[in-house]
Design a protein around this ligand. Structure first.
Ligand SMILES: *Cc1c(COP(=O)(O)O)cnc(C)c1O
Length: 404
């Protein structure tokens, strides 16, 4: 904790309710098919919530694995003392395979180049690398194509026999699990069953087989296998409103983004507001200045639309969102007159105290709630609280997270 963090906490803060996160882990675990465990996906600084505090809270609540995209994210968790199994899946040539082996990471391999790099690093380290083979069952992103699977499986099995690797997992990722009934989901499951059977027949004995993300964890028990990899649901956000709301799944949003009103002033009718004058006051009114902008992750696309709870009412952003600030028209009612500098303005939160949600901002910015929380920038301190007792647990500046 530093003085600078406290000063900026007055401007804006993202409160992270670790009690809510633990509750979400428990709610998700209650939905798992028998025999399946939960991987807490904490990539990209836990979707903007702070990787380390969220990883610890998720493990406390019974998550068995952690998942990250890059090896650097996984190594940072190990450096901080996390001992749980960690899978990291987005590798690029030249990445730190040897460090990953020495840190005991599970490392995803989607192609022959990666198998070559990891076996070379294992020989150099004199240790067996834990790898998980990733299949592209239809997403068309990372993963090994079914046509290339026999070559990758044979080479991985040979490396196992040579002692350089141990294949700890077989896995894949869905494309459209957030669209109920989308035919690609069942097709991907069929392909996954086939590719797993092929690898097992070739002698691979994985500890875990997994394909489910949050939407599949919530709605498709036949996809749970040994593990589900949940990201967005951990943070209390529904993967899509088509599937159901957070509340319907028993999830509670973890992040509340609040700012302090920086300036309140009277302006005459017809006054242009913010760059480009995309808003003009329809009458004499009171404007409130909110000191967060697109540099903080408030999406400029939500200019004129983003909702903010201030002075007891949800108001819309007036005019353009700028880099560091935006304006709301408070009107002239008694609620508006009561708003003073320093008053709280809640951009989003769980939604049960009248405030908007990240899903509302996603709609205003024509994006998904994943992007809204993940892009909250490093200039916004994360303040860790525990909803169970409302106690502050610590402040993490620069998006790194701290406390606990
Ligand atoms: C991000 C990610 C997840 C988590 O997805 P959610 O929809 O947030 O649950 C799971 N697996 C992989 C490979 C991912 O990249």
């Amino acid at each position: 904790m530093t003085g600078t963090v406290h000063t900026s906490a007055l401007r804006g803060r993202a409160e992270i309710d670790l009690g809510a996160l633990r509750g979400n882990v428990r709610a998700l675990r209650a939905r798992l098919a028998p025999g399946a465990g939960l991987m807490a996906v904490v990539k990209s600084d836990a979707y903007g919530h702070g990787a380390l505090p969220c990883a610890r809270a998720a493990l406390d609540a019974g998550a068995l694995w952690l998942g990250t995209a890059t090896p650097h994210e996984a190594l940072a968790l190990r450096d901080a003392g996390i001992r749980a199994p960690i899978l990291c899946w987005l590798w690029t040539p030249g990445d730190p395979w040897r460090e990953g082996i020495e840190a005991g990471l599970d490392m995803s391999v989607s192609a022959m180049w990666a198998l070559r790099e990891v076996t070379r690093a294992a020989r150099e380290a004199g240790r067996t690398a834990r790898i998980q083979l990733k299949a592209d069952t239809g997403l068309g992103r990372n993963g090994c194509q079914p046509a290339d699977w026999p070559e990758l499986v044979a080479a991985a099995r040979a490396a196992e026999v040579a002692g350089t690797v141990r294949v700890t997992g077989l896995w894949s990722h869905f494309a459209c699990a957030d669209e109920p009934g989308h035919p690609s989901t069942a097709a991907q499951l069929d392909v996954f069953h086939e590719l797993v059977a092929y690898a097992e027949k070739a002698g691979i004995e994985p500890e875990v087989r997994h394909i489910a993300n949050s939407p599949a964890a919530l709605t498709l028990p036949e996809s749970h296998f040994d593990l589900v990899r949940t990201g967005i649901a951990l943070y209390g956000i529904s993967p899509s409103c088509e599937l159901g709301s957070s509340a319907e799944f028993g999830l509670r949003p973890v992040m509340t983004l609040t700012a302090s009103v920086a300036l309140v002033k009277r302006v005459p009718e017809g006054h242009g507001v913010s760059y480009g004058h995309r808003y003009r006051t329809p009458a004499e009114t009171t404007l409130g200045l909110i000191p967060l902008g697109y540099a903080d992750g408030v999406p400029r696309h939500a200019s004129g639309k983003g909702p903010v709870l201030v002075g007891g009412e949800v108001r819309r952003v007036a005019g353009r969102i700028a880099m560091d600030q935006f304006v709301v028209d408070l009107g002239t009612g008694p609620d508006a007159d009561a708003v003073r500098e320093g008053a709280p303005a809640v951009l989003f939160g769980p939604g049960d105290r009248g405030e908007p949600t990240a899903a509302d901002w996603a709609e205003a910015a024509d994006t998904i709630a994943y992007e809204i929380v993940t892009r909250i920038g490093p200039r916004v301190p994360r303040v860790y609280v525990d909803g169970a007792d409302g106690q502050e647990e610590g402040v993490g500046g620069d998006g790194r997270g701290a406390g606990r």
